[in-house]
Design a protein around this ligand. Structure first.
Ligand SMILES: [Zn+2]
Length: 441
C-alpha cells in the first residue's frame, strides 16, 4: 500500500501586523479566512482528488471541529467530492501523519485519508499555527511508498516525577528531551526498518511543540535538511496536513531515488519514511502536492469575531429537518431543466420560472461561470460590506449569492468565477454551508 494520489489546500490568508504581535506569530503563517472552517478546508483539499463513486474506509482527522464526523461526510457526499465510504474512522485530534500511515498500511482495501489543521488561536497572545488540509488516496504507490512506520511509547513522566511536569511547549524541553531522546531513537529505528541510511534521506520533517533550529538537527542527524511545517508551535499532530504536504513536496523534488522521514514528537512519538513512488521514475518534474495547493496574494484581515470585537446578530432559524430536505439539492448544486422551453434554473423548483411549465426535471449545475451583475450593501450594519453576486453558470442556470470574504478585489461584470463551499452562518447551533463566489484562478 502506498500513496496513489494527494491533494492539498493551504489557506493563503495572512495575519496582519496587529494580529502578528497579538498572537506572537510570524507573518507568514497561513490561517483560514473568516468564513473557512475545518470542513471547508477539508472540502477544498478533496476537490483536487480524482472522483470516486465508492470509497474504501475514510480515515479522518479534524481537530477543534464543532461539526460531527457524520455530518462532515454527509456534506462532502452532497457536494460530490466524496464517494460512498465503506466506513468512516475518526482519528484523535492530535493524531499525526505516522498514525494515519500506520493505519492506512494495514487496510485490507485502498482507502482515503483526510488530515485537517484548523487551529485558530484560542485568544490574544496564543501563537497561531498554520492551517492546511491534505486528502490522500491510498493504493498503488504512484506518489510515494510507505517504506517504514514506527512508534515509540515512552513513560516520559517518570523522568520528571520529582518536580512538576515540564511544559511541552517549552522550547528547551522539546529540543533536549523530545527531539534529542525520542527523535534520535525513532529515526534510527525507522532507517533500520526501511533498510536505508541517513545518507539516503533528502531530509526530515519534524512536528513537535516548538520551533527547532533546523541546521543544528540536520548536522546531528547527518541529513541535508530538517524542515518544520506549519510554524512549529502547537504540539504533536498540530501540523499533520502541513507535514505530509511538505514531505511529499520535498520527496518530489528529490527525484526517483528520494526518501524523506517524518517525525511527529510528543510524549514518545511516531515516525515514517516515505520513498519516491512509481510516478517519480517516469516524470521527475511532476509536482506531487504543490500543484493542488491554492495560493493567493498576501492579504491581511481582522479576526474581529475571535477577539470579541464583533457581535454576531441572532442567526436565521434552521433545523435538521430543513437541512435534510433542502441541502442535498442546494449543495449539489442541483437546479431544474424545463423540457418545454429548455430553460435551466436554480434552485430546484416544481414549475419553470421562464414559461410556467410543470415539465421540469433535475439538472446538476456547473460550479464555474461569469459574473452577470453584482451589488454591495452599504446599508446593512457590517464593518466589511458583503458583495452580492449573480453568476451565469457555465452550461446554464443562474446563481445568486455572496462573494467570499477574502476575495482580493470587488468582482466586476464579466469576471470568470467559481463557486466554493463556505460556512454561511451558524443557526440554531447548526453550521450552515452554502456556495459563495470566488475569482476563478
Ligand atoms: Zn420553461
Amino acid at each position: 500500500m502506498g500513496i496513489a494520489d494527494v491533494s492539498g489546500y493551504v489557506p493563503a490568508y495572512r495575519l496582519d501586523d496587529y494580529l502578528t504581535r497579538e498572537t506572537a506569530s510570524s507573518p507568514d503563517v497561513s490561517v483560514p479566512g473568516p468564513d473557512e472552517d475545518a470542513f471547508t478546508l477539508m472540502w477544498a483539499s478533496l476537490t483536487g482528488l480524482p472522483r470516486a463513486e465508492a470509497e474504501g474506509p475514510v480515515l479522518l482527522r479534524v481537530p477543534d471541529s464543532d461539526i460531527e464526523t457524520r455530518a462532515l461526510v454527509a456534506h462532502a457526499r452532497a457536494t460530490g467530492v466524496l464517494g460512498e465510504p465503506a466506513a468512516v474512522v475518526p482519528l484523535a485530534p492530535d493524531a499525526g501523519v505516522p498514525d494515519l500511515l500506520a493505519l492506512a498500511t494495514r487496510l485490507a482495501q485502498p482507502g482515503l485519508g483526510l488530515l485537517v489543521d484548523h487551529r485558530r488561536p484560542a485568544g490574544a497572545g496564543v501563537p497561531a499555527t498554520a492551517s492546511a488540509a491534505a486528502a490522500v488516496r491510498f493504493g498503488p504507490p504512484r506518489v510515494a511508498r510507505v517504506a517504514a512506520v514506527a512508534t515509540r511509547h515512552t513513560l516520559t513522566f517518570d523522568r520528571w516525577r520529582t518536580g512538576p511536569a515540564p511544559d511541552q511547549q517549552d522550547a528547551r524541553f522539546v529540543e533536549e528531551a523530545l527531539v534529542a531522546v525520542e527523535g534520535d531513537a525513532l529515526l534510527a529505528e525507522l532507517l533500520k526498518s526501511a533498510g536505508r541510511t541517513a545518507a539516503d534521506l533528502a531530509g526530515v520533517v519534524v512536528t513537535c511543540g516548538a520551533r527547532l533550529r533546523g541546521a543544528r538537527w540536520a548536522r546531528r542527524w547527518e541529513v541535508p535538511a530538517v524542515w518544520q511545517a506549519g510554524g512549529g508551535a502547537g504540539g504533536p499532530g498540530a501540523s499533520a496536513a502541513h507535514a505530509l504536504l511538505t514531505a511529499l513536496d520535498r520527496l518530489c523534488a528529490a527525484g526517483p531515488d528520494g526518501a524523506v522521514a517524518i517525525l511527529d514528537l510528543g510524549w514518545g512519538g511516531g515516525g515514517a519514511v516515505l520513498t519516491a513512488g512509481t510516478d517519480a521514475a517516469e516524470d521527475t518534474a511532476k509536482p506531487a502536492a504543490s500543484a493542488a495547493t491554492t495560493a493567493r496574494d498576501t492579504k491581511a484581515y481582522g479576526l474581529a469575531a475571535w477577539h470579541g470585537r464583533a457581535t454576531e446578530a441572532p442567526g436565521p432559524w434552521t433545523s435538521p429537518a430543513e437541512l435534510w430536505r433542502e441541502m442535498p439539492a442546494l449543495l449539489g448544486p442541483v437546479g431544474y431543466r424545463c423540457s418545454d422551453c429548455g430553460g435551466i434554473g436554480f434552485p430546484r423548483a416544481g414549475v419553470c420560472e421562464l414559461c410556467g411549465s410543470f415539465e421540469v426535471t433535475d439538472q446538476p449545475l456547473r460550479r464555474t461561470g461569469v459574473v452577470a451583475t453584482h451589488s454591495v450593501d452599504h446599508l446593512f450594519d457590517a464593518s466589511d460590506p458583503v458583495q452580492m453576486v449573480v453568476v451565469d453558470l457555465d452550461g446554464g442556470g443562474r446563481f445568486f449569492g455572496q462573494a467570499v470574504r477574502d476575495v482580493p478585489r470587488r468582482l466586476v461584470v464579466g469576471d470568470r468565477v467559481r463557486l466554493v463551499l463556505r460556512r454561511l452562518h451558524t443557526a440554531s447551533g447548526l453550521p450552515h454551508y452554502f456556495w459563495k463566489v470566488d475569482l476563478d484562478g
